[in-house]
Design a binder for this molecule. Structure first.
Ligand code: SF4
Length: 327
């Protein structure tokens, strides 16, 4: 079966004074229709950069795509011309951010912005009142009270939670196939964050919409996804069904992450494992995790580990699972 989104061996660098930061180091990632997939890793590991590249909103420069391909429904996103990218963003894929203010234009009312989205995605053969009806229905679906008032408001007149819901409503009004939610609601309080995640989950189920949930919280990933990718320092290092990953994490980094989850508080936010995320300017050779890995051996310093399929759908980029003997 063809993936809805397929990222193949993506390399992204950032140009900085004196050289390049090697931020993405061969990322592979796939999402199928209607699937809820988690992307987890420490802050700064490249989760957002990966998805910004997919949306073609990575600033270039300083970003430079050094290699790899991104397919949406078989079409190469990185080769699309601007009008095609516009269609992709308006009709097929939405991305919502931790800070919802970033995706809304402060100088237009919510109504003006939503109606533009509806017009673009549903065509101009419907009249304005039908467009308005659709916008109102989408706002009702995300449980926003008084949709007329919301349409007349400017984004900054709404609370953070309401703005986040407006962004989701905009994704819904155009019947997107994929929603990329980058730490949704993390900037809001925990109860509102939970409501937002619940809402995304419900709508995804009802509409068979695929969701990529980016989070640094294992608790969030565990609760809301079917499958997970773990990222470390610009590399995908493990991929498995959510239940399988939590029952049996294989990569030494994933294992360390799981140990860091404060069990008593149950927040699922990890505080960090010994050592530091590597310097992207001069990253470690071979497996980027080797300076922090208690099980590193010689080969790990020399070569980048490929993915080894350990069980059906459980893959891990670590020499302990296939590359030990031929070192
Ligand atoms: Fe550790 Fe080597 Fe596996 Fe990397 S490849 S995680 S350094 S054992």
């Amino acid at each position: 079966k063809e993936a809805l989104l397929n990222i193949e061996d993506l390399y992204v660098h950032f140009k900085v004074y004196g050289g390049f930061l090697q931020v993405l180091n061969g990322v592979n990632f796939r999402v199928f229709s209607g699937e809820k997939v988690g992307l987890v890793g420490e802050t700064g590991c490249g989760k957002t950069t990966t998805m910004k590249t997919v949306m073609r909103i990575l600033p270039q420069p300083p970003g430079v795509i050094r290699g790899g391909r991104v397919f949406f429904r078989g079409q190469d996103v990185l080769k699309m011309r601007e009008p095609e990218v516009e269609v992709l963003r308006r009709k097929h894929v939405s991305m919502i951010f931790q800070d919802p203010t970033a995706s809304l234009n402060p100088v237009f009312t919510v109504g003006e912005q939503m109606l533009e989205v509806v017009r673009f995605s549903r065509g101009t053969n419907l009249d304005d009142s039908s467009h308005r009806e659709m916008a109102i229905r989408a706002l009702q679906e995300v449980a926003l009270p008084d949709p007329e008032r919301i349409l007349a408001s400017y984004p900054l007149q709404l609370s953070g939670g309401m703005r986040q819901r407006v962004c989701i409503a905009m994704a819904l009004v155009s019947h997107k196939e994929l929603l990329i939610a980058d730490e949704p609601g993390t900037s809001l309080d925990v109860t509102i964050q939970d409501q937002i995640l619940r809402l995304i989950h419900r709508l995804a189920e009802e509409r068979n919409m695929a969701v990529i949930l980016i989070s640094h919280s294992l608790g969030v990933i565990r609760e809301w996804t079917d499958r997970v990718y773990v990222m470390y320092a610009g590399c995908m290092i493990e991929e498995a069904g959510t239940r399988e990953l939590f029952a049996e994490p294989l990569h030494p980094y994933t294992q360390a992450l799981m140990k860091c989850v404060p069990k008593l508080t149950g927040t699922g936010v990890f505080e960090g494992i010994p050592g530091r995320i590597p310097d992207y300017f001069d990253p470690p050779s071979g497996c980027r995790f080797h300076p922090r890995c208690p099980q590193a051996f010689e080969r790990c310093l020399k070569e980048k580990p490929p993915f080894y399929e350990v069980k059906d759908g459980h893959r891990v980029a670590c020499f302990l699972f296939g590359g030990k003997s031929d070192a």
